[in-house]
Design a protein around this ligand. Structure first.
Ligand code: PEP
Ligand code: MG
Length: 591
């Protein structure tokens, strides 16, 4: 149902790119509905079908290269190579060989053969329950559509013809759609689909255009040219705002613009409080391509390299040498700052690809991470050797996920020693004193931190899991997401206990869960004296600004929240502090 004239509607989605945009709706309709021709061909037609298929591949490649150039000219950032995956798949013999096989062996026409193989590809990627990888299946879908268009000689609709101050409204946008936009006219995005790692979100952040995604059915509630506000800070969209709302958002917009200009000046500065207490801000990454972004956002190292992503999107296990090459590149790029390589954390929702696992009733409480590694020495040992070898080329640290008791740490240390011996016998170089850390994400590890602290060089608190295990709330279940409360007194007390005990044992404490990028949580953590906060690259400048705006002596007093009885009391106390000390944070609402 579309809006009636001037009816104000407020929608809530996912905040994908910060800022406030006030403009007019430009609805993008992706009207490509295929009916894919499927018919059998005879032996004499095979050659012609192969030629048609090969020609469509060549055309698609050309098209993608042009789009890549265009995007680069707009964003001027070679890291944002959204078409890399498309081009890699196009060059992958798997695709071509299998389609040709369907044509020659099963006598299918080219469109049918392509459809079958791409479906298989996409389905296998969708089996992996990971937000990043399922977004990549959207790339494959886009690629399949492009090749199919070229086979069917169709053209895609374009985002080019739009009025100034346009806010693009769409079901979803592909990288190609966004590469086609006219940046002088598009000031915001709002889409039905997509999450924080969707391409609309990534491109919007790269172009510094406010965006809200995952709005479910905005396309059904808006008309072309309706006035619209996109609040990318809070994930809110307002259609046909009234005078008061418009005024409120204009103020929020100018506060945000001033604030972003300020953040840009901080890249080269330290995260140090007004009274000289220094904190380390580092980046979390899943793939090595993200390292540049951590560095350009002013991160001092990689606090969490989720190495499992090297195993999840491929049919065969990576070899020790492949892993070594990736790890070496990571430490060389990040030097002199450290890279914390977290060993394989498969299981839970990270399943599929080269690691075969049977289904379980409670995967998050099951065969996951270190539990899997200790049972699969070939896979674990190869990874340990690759990390050890990379340590010769830079500042590498090792970290073990899902530790529930000190016994697991002791077993890992024995294995690590045996792998060091193995490398020595082969004359391989590595750093003998490589630092070993434990993730603290299971309450039993937090409660026995005094025992674990004696065995490791540092710990890193994984708040994503610590919250879910402490509160018995599945981190991926929307139905109970209101119970997933990081500021629950139980969580805050556990973290405080970990910090105090580790510091007594003179070892450093990091936080590498999403919470590190939440300004309110970052304030409490710095008040507790946590040494390092590791987060997604884009969040680093904001947290740095926050730390540089406060006195440690004052933030430290916030540890008083420990005495409070409810999450709401805790959040209100932190918010009050933020409002008093750092007025620029007021633009973010507390919920
Ligand atoms: C965590 O649990 O906070 C963490 C960083 O690990 P992951 O999100 O990969 O489970
Ligand atoms: Mg975890």
């Amino acid at each position: 149902m579309k809006t009636r004239a001037n009816e104000m509607i407020t929608l809530k989605g996912t905040a994908a790119s910060p800022g406030v945009a006030i403009g007019h709706a430009s609805i993008f309709y992706d009207e490509e509905q295929y009916s894919i021709p499927k018919y059998k061909i005879n032996a004499t037609e095979i050659k012609k079908e192969i030629t048609r298929f090969n020609t469509s591949l060549v055309k698609t490649k050309l098209e993608l290269r042009n789009l890549r150039k265009k995007l680069y000219s707009m964003v001027r950032d070679s890291k944002l190579d959204f078409f890399k995956m498309h081009l890699m798949v196009l060059d992958d013999p798997f695709l071509k060989d299998n389609v040709l096989l369907e044509i020659t062996e099963n006598n299918k026409n080219a469109e049918w053969a392509l459809y079958e193989i791409m479906e298989k590809y996409i389905k296998s990627l969708n089996l992996i329950k990971d937000e990043y990888l399922s977004e990549r299946s959207a790339d494959l879908y886009d690629l399949a559509k492009r090749i199919m268009n070229n086979l069917l000689k169709k053209r895609r609709s374009s985002l080019k013809v739009i009025h100034p101050d346009s806010i693009i409204i769409a079901n979803d946008l592909t990288p190609a759609d966004t590469a086609d936009i006219d940046k002088s006219r598009v000031i915001g995005f709002a889409t039905n689909l997509g999450g924080k790692t969707s391409h609309t979100a990534i491109v919007a952040r790269a172009l510094a255009i406010p965006a809200v995604v995952g709005l479910e059915n905005i396309t059904a509630q808006i008309k072309d040219n309706d006035q619209i506000i996109v609040d990318g800070n809070n994930g809110v969209v307002v259609i046909n705002p009234n005078e008061t709302t418009l005024k409120e958002y204009k103020t929020a917009q100018s506060i945000f613009i001033r604030y972003s200009e300020d953040l840009k000046k901080l890249t080269l500065l330290d995260a140090v409080t007004l009274d000289n207490k220094k904190f380390i801000l580092a980046g979390n990454i899943e793939i090595r391509e993200e390292i540049d972004s951590v560095i350009s956002h002013g991160g001092h190292g990689i606090g969490l390299f989720r190495t499992e992503f090297l195993y999840l999107n491929r049919p065969a296990l990576p070899t020790e040498n492949e892993l070594f090459t990736t790890f070496r590149e990571a430490v060389e790029k990040t030097n002199p700052y450290p890279v914390v390589f977290r060993t394989l954390d498969v299981g839970g929702d990270k399943i599929g690809g080269s690691i075969k696992m049977s289904s379980e009733q409670n995967p998050f409480l099951g065969y996951r991470a270190i539990r899997f590694c200790l049972e699969n020495p070939d896979i674990f040992n190869a990874q340990l050797r690759a990390i050890l070898r990379a340590s010769h080329y830079g500042n590498a640290c090792l970290m073990i996920p899902m530790i529930s008791s000190v016994d697991e740490i002791k077993k890992v240390k024995e294995i690590l020693e045996s792998q060091k011996k193995h490398l020595k016998s082969k004359g391989e170089k590595f750093k003998e004193e490589i630092k070993l850390g434990s993730m603290i994400e299971i309450p039993s590890a937090a409660v026995t931190i005094d025992i674990i602290a004696k065995e490791v060089d540092f710990v890193s608190i994984g708040t994503n899991d610590l919250v879910q295990y402490t509160l018995a709330v599945d981190r991926n279940n929307n139905k109970i997401s209101y119970l997933y409360e990081p500021f629950h007194p139980a969580v805050i007390r556990l973290i405080k206990q970990v910090v105090e005990v580790c510091h007594r044992h003179k070892i450093k404490v990091h936080v590498c869960g999403e919470l590190a990028s939440d300004p309110m949580a970052a304030l409490v953590f710095s008040g507790m004296g946590i040494d390092e906060l590791s987060m997604s690259a884009i969040a680093i400048p904001e947290i740095k600004k926050l730390i540089r705006s406060v006195h440690y002596s004052e933030v430290n007093l916030m540890a008083g929240v420990l005495k409070m009885e409810t999450a709401l009391e805790i959040k209100n106390a932190i918010h009050q502090f933020i409002v008093e000390k750092t007025p620029e944070y007021v633009y973010k609402k507390v919920v």
